[in-house]
Each structure stands twice: as C-alpha cells, then as structure tokens.
Design a protein around this ligand. Structure first.
Ligand SMILES: Cc1cc2nc3c(=O)[nH]c(=O)nc-3n(C[C@H](O)[C@H](O)[C@H](O)COP(=O)(O)OP(=O)(O)OC[C@H]3O[C@@H](n4cnc5c(N)ncnc54)[C@H](O)[C@@H]3O)c2cc1C
Length: 353
C-alpha cells in the first residue's frame, strides 16, 4: 500500500503546472500520464495576446492573467532551466484604408493605448511581407514553447519519483469518505487534467465540453529576421533559425489528430495574402483543444465526491489561463478561497445527476 497527498491524471500543460506547484508546496504527488493519448499541449502554438479579434477586445480577465503570466513563466524558466517563454510582441498589419480606420477607432473607443502602439514605419517587415499601411504592435504578447515546458516538468517528476507513464483506469477508482483508493494507492485527493479526454471520465463527463481541432504548419523562410509574431487572419510565429510556425485552424468536426490538406490550404492561402517570401513546409501538426461550450475553463470540485477535482477547459488560451487558474484551484483546495464563478464548475452542477 502506498500513500500520497495527490494523484494527478494527465501531464499536459494543466497537469504539469499543477504538479509543479504541488511539489513546490511540499506535497507528495503521483502523476499518471498515458503517452499513447496525444495531447493538445504537444502541438500548441503557445501564443499569448491580450487584445484579439475584429473588434480588438481585451481578453477575458486580461488584468489578472497578463498581470501574472510573464513573471510566472520567467520564474519557471529560472526554476526548471531552459528558455521556453518568448515575449516577442505581436504585429497586426492594416490590410486596407477602411480596416486601418476601423482599428484606429477601436483603439480609441476601447482605450487600448496601453496595449497597442500604432506603427507607421514597416520597413522591418517589408522584406518578407506585403505591408504598406502600417499596423498595430503589442509588446504584451509572445509564445510559450509548451512541449519544452512540459518536458522540463516531466524531468522534475521523474527525479521526484512522481510519474507513472500508464493509463489511469477510472473503473479501478474507489472513493471513500476521507480518501481515494486507486490500485492500492491511497490519496487524499485526485486532480483530473486530461484535456480533451475528460469526456471519457465518468466523474466529469457531464460537463459541457466543446472540443476544437486545430492544425498548424511548421516551416522555414530563408533569412527570416522578423522578431514579432505577425498576425493577419492567421499568425506567423518566429521559432528561431529561420523556422516559423503558421497557425491555426479551428474545426468542430472530425475530432481526430490527422493533418488535413484543407487546413494546410487554408493556412497558406490566408498567410500568403501578406507573406511574399517562400514558406517551405517541414511539418504539419494537428491536435484537439479542450474547449468548453461557454468558453470558460472548468475548475473546481466534483458536486458529490469532495476529493475529486478538475482542471480543464483551457481551450484556445491555455498558456494565458493556466498560471492564474492553477493558483485559483490550489488556493481553493488548501485555503477554501473562492474560484472565479465564471470558471468554477459549480455553474454546471445542475447538469449532474
Ligand atoms: C493546433 C493548436 C494550437 C494551439 N495554439 C495555442 C496557442 O497559441 N496558445 C494557447 O494558449 N493555447 C493554444 N492551444 C491550446 C493548448 O494546447 C491547450 O489549451 C492546452 O495545452 C491544454 O492543456 P491540457 O493539459 O488541459 O490538455 P492536454 O495537453 O491535452 O493534456 C492532457 C493529457 O492528459 C493525458 N491523459 C488523458 N487521459 C488520461 C488517462 N486516462 N490516463 C493518463 N493520462 C491521460 C493525455 O495523454 C495528455 O497528455 C492550441 C492547441 C492546438 C491543438
């Protein structure tokens, strides 16, 4: 018989940040990770961007999320070793005079001066892009190399003998009043972080998930020296050494991990409206984002089994949401602090029967 404080199921971005934080708080944990189940984190673009969309809306909880995440990932880099967070900034060109007028109005209307700087001189971009009318630049954007971050935390788990690389079989879970028994491992609490696969978890399958398939292309552009991410319908992210990632597509059908011609054509057709350099494709990746019907995360405790927790629903913005909601879930567990009601799964308890 073995005893632990926590079992964590899933070692994607959500499970990794939770596990790392629990280890740092001195907890005895064991993580189950089934490597035959492809994760969203292994193909994520990892972009963070506080202002998005046609109407330049500030992202939900932008102050809380963006007030924390840069420092959070830098601290993780120092702690774990490695450079996985890149605050490159993001440039969004104006596509025509009407589009420029619309965005300038939105910047004023939404008071975005602290977020977006209008750039007139675009010579930096013109070697690779057909950009004439300037655009908007935000410094508060960049990307996280999620696979690298996850692999660093995995190394830490292995060092702490806290990782079991096998499937967590829900049918073998026995819940008792004060503890949980799984294959003779006794723990006080389980945190489920299975991403898209949570729909197979009989304890949480009643939550309204709405998974979204996404695809990206990895490629090379000769002498690519543009530092920020360029976003024009699709985004082009510099990975270093002339490598770039082009993303991303959204599909609510055919929820599989197969790259498609359709997605490749869509990505290239959109980006080639502004990209004039040759994009040499090296790889195409597909994954399924664990999104939810109301586009808010699933954080909290099971309505009946008070030692079962969920950290999921990070959707399209896992890198922005995960640091803040890791803190929210653990503060709830340890200090009974409130979880943001829009993220707390209490909002869906009426669906549980
Ligand atoms: C193409 C694409 C582009 C994206 N771009 C961005 C972006 O630019 N910015 C951003 O913030 N987000 C982006 N995302 C979203 C991001 O990937 C997710 O929000 C985040 O990675 C979700 O992490 P997760 O840990 O919840 O899920 P996952 O990464 O899917 O991890 C879940 C893990 O649980 C494991 N698991 C499941 N069931 C079991 C079981 N029974 N037993 C053991 N292990 C199990 C799986 O193997 C997996 O490793 C993108 C996603 C895709 C697909």
């Amino acid at each position: 018989m073995k005893t632990y404080d926590f079992i964590i199921v899933g070692n994607g971005l959500a499970g990794s940040l939770i596990a790392n934080e629990l280890l740092n708080r001195g907890q005895k944990i064991i993580v189950f990770q089934d490597n035959s189940l492809k994760s969203s984190s292994s193909v994520a673009g990892g972009m963070v961007n506080p202002v998005t969309g046609k109407y330049l809306a500030k992202t939900w909880l932008h102050e809380e999320l963006f007030g924390l995440l840069f420092e959070y990932y830098r601290t993780l880099e120092n702690e774990l070793g490695g450079s996985f967070f890149h605050q490159t900034g993001l440039f969004r060109p104006f596509s025509n005079p009407e589009n420029k007028k619309h965005f300038l109005n939105q910047i004023e209307k939404n008071r975005l001066e602290d977020y977006l700087e209008v750039i007139e001189d675009v010579t930096e971009f013109q070697k690779h892009f057909k950009i004439e009318l300037g655009g908007m630049f935000t410094q508060k954007a960049g990307w996280c190399d999620v696979p690298l971050l996850v692999s660093r935390i995995k190394e830490k788990l292995i060092k702490n003998e806290a990782l079991i690389e096998e499937n967590f079989d829900y049918s073998l879970l026995r819940t008792e009043e004060e503890r949980v028994n799984y294959k003779n491992i006794f723990v006080s609490k389980i945190i489920f972080c299975e991403g898209f696969y949570a729909s197979k978890n009989p304890y949480f399958d009643w939550l309204p998930f709405n998974p979204v398939k996404g695809e990206t292309l990895i490629g090379e552009i000769e002498n690519y020296n543009v530092k920020p991410i360029v976003n024009q319908g699709k985004w082009l992210m510099p990975l270093g050494n002339n490598k770039v990632r082009l993303g991303a597509t959204y599909s609510w059908h055919s929820l599989d991990f197969e790259p498609t011609e359709k997605a490749k054509d869509e990505l290239l057709a959109t980006m080639n409206k502004v990209l004039i350099s040759d994009f040499k494709i090296e790889d195409q990746q597909a994954g399924i984002r664990p999104a939810t019907k109301d586009r808010r995360p699933f954080v909290g405790v099971h309505p009946k089994y008070k030692n079962l927790f969920i950290f999921n629903g990070l959707g399209t913005k896992g890198v922005s949401l995960a640091p803040y909601f890791t803190g929210q879930l653990l503060d709830f567990i340890f200090y009974q602090k409130d979880i943001n009601p829009e993220a707390n799964i209490e909002r869906h308890y009426s669906l549980y029967s």
